[in-house]
Design a protein around this ligand. Structure first.
Ligand code: PMP
Length: 408
């Protein structure tokens, strides 16, 4: 059934409340999204009717739980246009990226090999590469940004060379909102024989992503940022690379045979999913993906673009407010980071909260980017499919009030 984006807000019970006597204006979707009733119902239904541990049981309930869990794997594969055995369930983007760095890259990297990342990475796609570089003697190189907050592709081209073994970058910056030209960047990396790892945490849920079209080697995202539960994430990897990749965690369920001194592992994806997985959360993720599909990508994208454009235009008119990243348009996703000159971002967020407006303030787990921008922190408003123009108006009104409060 096709649902209407204009009424989607009603599907999210949490939004129907007051905070500090004002309607909740939730603008921290880049940190985590709220859950539609269908996701909450899927979790409840699973625990009320199907709960059992998966794979190992031969009884009906266990078979039902296994079918539901494995059904979501198939669903994720369709959602990102991949093969079912190329989808690994993880705890989230952070785990997915760590598994690639520690289970795949670490065994391939030699001293003086090069890893390229970007200066706009979230720590989740930065620290694992830094650690792997330290452990292997590989060198970590950075793609810089230009004055619009977009990646400098000329400099990227100059960094690439036959020693480049891995290129890892975010699809969408969680600070600048920049949508990176990931397909072009993947092709450039492949031309020098490097593997490509993409952090899709801020992309999935906002527009469709297609693994076959992108041709990247690994892609990571989190369930909780796509209207699904916390505790579940996805790592996509090309089948032949997952066959070479080592698990980082070991335990039950991922083995064919354990002998006293050696173990024979199952093929992917089971090889990576040690122990009891977040079964209910996977099922909740499945419900979230169904929900997104029922709204349709063009409706979601159009709606979020209209919000970010309106917010950008109005924020731009506020005297003494600096916006970071590209202008609203095809290279800006549904979030805007800014600073009100003379007011600490934490103070901005605190005053906004008194108006019921939830935004994030801080370094957004991107300290090297903060250093590049020459700031220690920023305020970020990030939109989701249930936000509307009234939310934008409330953000702007609260910011004007904040300015008056601090007399800047
Ligand atoms: N990468 C980016 C770009 C993010 O925005 C985030 C979440 N803030 C992450 C990675 C980490 O995601 P998670 O905390 O769900 O593992």
């Amino acid at each position: 059934m096709v649902k209407n984006i204009a009424t989607a807000r009603n599907d999210f019970p949490i939004l129907n409340q007051q905070i500090n006597g004002e309607p909740l204006t939730y603008l921290d979707n880049a940190a985590t999204t709220q859950k539609p009733q269908v996701v909450i119902d899927a979790l409840t239904h699973y625990y009320e009717t199907d709960n059992a541990n998966i794979h190992r049981g031969v009884y009906t309930l266990a078979e039902r739980a296994t079918e539901a869990y494995e059904g979501v794997r198939q669903q994720v594969a369709n959602f990102i246009n991949a093969q079912t055995d190329e989808v690994i369930f993880t705890r989230g983007t952070t785990t997915s990226l760590n598994w690639v760095a520690l289970g795949f890259a670490r065994q391939l990297l030699q001293p003086n090999d090069e890893i390229i990342i970007t200066v706009m990475e979230h720590h989740s796609n930065l620290v694992p590469w830094q650690q792997v570089a330290l452990q292997t003697g590989a060198k970590l190189r950075y793609i810089e940004i230009d004055e619009h907050g977009e990646l400098d592709l000329t400099q990227y081209g100059e960094l690439l060379n036959p020693k480049t073994k891995f290129v890892a970058f975010t699809h969408v910056s969680n600070v600048l909102g920049t949508i990176n030209p990931v397909k072009q960047m993947t092709k450039m990396a492949h031309d020098v024989g490097a593997y490509v790892v993409i952090d899709g945490a801020q992309a999935v849920g906002h527009f469709s992503v297609d693994m076959t079209d992108l041709d990247c080697d690994f892609y990571a995202f989190s369930g909780h940022k796509v209207y699904g539960p916390t505790g579940i994430g996805v790592l996509y990897g090309k089948r032949e690379l997952l066959a070479e990749m080592n698990p980082v965690e070991f335990g039950g369920e991922m083995i064919n045979l354990v002998e006293r001194q050696t173990t024979d592992f199952k093929p992917a994806p089971a090889k990576f999913e040690a122990g009891t997985m977040p079964i209910a959360q996977a099922i909740g993720l499945g419900a979230a993906l169904d929900y997104l599909t029922s709204l349709g990508w063009s409706a979601i994208e159009e709606h979020e673009q209209s919000l970010v454009t309106a917010a950008y235009q109005q924020l731009n008119k506020i005297d003494g407010l600096t916006i970071y990243g590209p202008a609203a348009g095809p290279t800006r996703s549904a979030l805007i980071t800014f600073n009100l000159n003379g007011v600490h971002p934490h103070d901005v967020a605190t005053v906004l909260d008194t108006q019921g407006v939830a935004v994030r303030a801080g370094h957004h787990c991107a300290q090297p980017l903060m250093q590049t921008l020459g700031v220690s922190a920023t305020t970020r408003a990030s939109f989701g499919l249930y936000n509307n123009l009234a939310d934008v108006e409330r953000l702007i009104a609260a910011l004007v009030e904040t300015k008056e409060f601090f007399q800047v």
